[in-house]
Write a protein that binds this ligand. Structure first.
Ligand code: ADP
Length: 491
């Protein structure tokens, strides 16, 4: 099958969070299964160009209709760790992808509407007719809309669209300007509750809603979150739309790319290990402590890795850090935030803890350091308010790092509490979990984990090994997505 991925992120070249990992891992799995996969993304100025091989111009002159005129684009081709990628570079005064950042600009809706339009225009002009176009998050929500309202009538009637929502919080809510820019026009038609009109602000377009309405199939990234998005406030107002379209909506748990995330072969860590040689993990703990100037001591090391966003329960993360270091544990945090208030909170904590040899905060994005932390830490905490899937707990488990998580979304689908998951046999329990998003629950759960580490090291080791035995590879989700593609192709 020929699959075109349209995405704002791709690990490791353009990665902000899990979306980038997912597009990379899923694409690789689909290729292993014999499909032909091409990935289309913007050519950002801030990408990791050192991970692109053989970058060259594929199309010199792609003219993309935009408002009443056209925008001249160049399309580049290159391999990202073997994956075939096309990068779209517009040449206009807007400089859509020359911003030194992936997201967070005032005109994000326009930037990605343009990308969506250009990606379709590229397929059309290059005579590419994928069987399936797989779109990701609000940034590409207009692709199915334009495909079915415009491009279908000019020779693109065969592709089917699978649309994956990685995060319902960001929906691309904007004004009608994007209708005029993309040539969809007809606001009286699109401002309808069955199409693109936002359910709460009736003067606004909701791009993600458009993606849901017009796609042949919609997925989100775990079965639990598929339920939450429909029936709780975690759908951020799209529950009704999802309910209307429930016949074409489902949850597929993300996988982890075990070529990239595997302690047996990871080149970013000094001491490789497997289940059989798990004690070698402690070579990485030593290395991590040395690198971050932490005390070499007999104590457990707790980590947090992730975007510092209100979604992630940042108050609980901060509390876990202070609670951990005052209860005979060490704490390492790797994270960054575009939100000035959250940033300030963690910079303040960093200054406050500057001389503390049991704690380190690394405020920024550092892929290489992330590998060493997964390998060197004993536990990883993920106290999210909502978590569509969450990769850090799954990566952590692969590295024998025991997850401590809140029971939401994909966390609840992947972590089974040592003491309370009584529907699971002991050898399938792999971590610690709490329900309430409050300080007391965090303290209580951290205390259970720290006590187990000190008092019953053998039991703690069992938990590590149980986690390592789980198979969170792309094998099963790859099969699941292949089934969805087959299904929509036959419709
Ligand atoms: P989300 O998609 O909400 O950001 P996930 O848990 O699904 O969260 O994925 C997070 C991914 O991003 C993981 O691969 C994690 O290692 C990585 N990551 C997050 N923050 C950082 C950071 N500051 N430095 C390096 N890697 C990070």
């Amino acid at each position: 099958m020929y699959i075109a991925m349209m995405t704002p992120e791709l690990a490791p070249v353009a990665k902000v969070g899990g979306l980038g990992d997912v597009v990379f891992g899923l694409s690789r799995e689909l290729e292993i299964r014999g499909n032909f996969v091409e990935i289309i993304l913007p050519k950002y100025d801030c990408m990791r160009y050192d991970h692109i091989w053989g970058l060259q111009i594929d199309v010199h002159d792609l003219w993309v209709p935009w408002y009443g005129g056209t925008v001249h684009c160049t399309v580049w081709f290159g391999f990202v760790h073997g994956l075939k990628c096309f990068f779209i570079e517009p040449h206009s005064n807007d400089n859509f992808f020359y911003r030194g950042t992936y997201y967070g600009c005032d005109d994000d809706a326009m930037r990605f509407a343009f990308f969506s339009k250009a990606a379709l225009e590229f397929l059309l002009k290059a005579n590419k007719r994928p069987d399936v176009i797989h779109c990701h998050d609000w940034q590409t929500g207009l692709v199915p809309v334009m495909l079915y309202e415009m491009y279908k009538f000019i020779g693109m009637d065969s592709p089917r669209v699978c649309y994956t929502v990685h995060n319902f919080k960001h929906q691309g809510i904007t004004d009608q300007e994007i209708l005029w820019a993309t040539g969809l026009c007809r606001p009286e038609y699109y401002f309808h509750h069955d199409r693109l009109r936002d359910d709460f602000d009736h003067r606004a377009i909701n791009v993600m809603k458009g993606g849901i309405v017009y796609s042949n199939f919609i997925t989100t990234v775990s079965p639990r979150h598929a339920w939450e998005a429909q029936y709780t406030d975690m759908g951020y107002g799209l529950g009704h739309t999802l309910h209307t379209h429930q016949g074409k909506f489902g949850g597929v748990l993300n996988g982890v790319d075990y070529e990239m995330w595997n302690p047996e072969v990871d080149s970013h860590i000094p001491s490789n290990y497997t289940i059989e040689t798990v004690e070698r993990k402690y070579g990485n703990k030593d290395a991590l402590r040395n690198r971050l100037w932490l005390r070499q001591d007999y104590s457990p090391l707790i980590a947090y890795i992730g975007r510092l966003d209100s979604q992630k329960g940042v108050d609980l993360v901060r509390h876990a850090m202070f609670y951990g270091i005052s209860n005979n544990a060490q704490f390492v945090l790797l994270g960054s935030s575009p939100d000035p208030a959250i940033n300030h909170m963690f910079w303040e904590a960093k200054y406050h803890l500057n001389d503390n040899q049991d704690c380190h905060l690394e405020l920024g994005f550092n892929e290489e350091l992330a590998h060493l932390i997964y390998a060197g830490a004993d536990m990883i905490i993920v106290p999210s308010n909502f978590e569509p899937c969450g990769l850090t707990q799954m990566i952590g488990m692969k590295y024998g790092t025991v997850p401590i998580v809140r029971s939401v979304g994909g966390l609840a689908d992947t972590v089974f509490d040592k003491d309370f998951a009584d529907w699971k046999p002991l050898h399938e329990r792999n971590g610690f979990m709490f329900n309430e998003p409050d300080l007391h629950a965090v303290e209580h759960t951290l205390n259970r984990a720290i006590r187990l580490w000190y008092d019953y090291p053998d039991h703690f080791r069992n938990l590590m090994v149980n986690g390592m035995r789980y198979d969170f590879s792309w094998n099963y989700p790859g099969q699941h997505y292949s089934g969805i593609y087959e299904h929509i192709r036959q419709k």
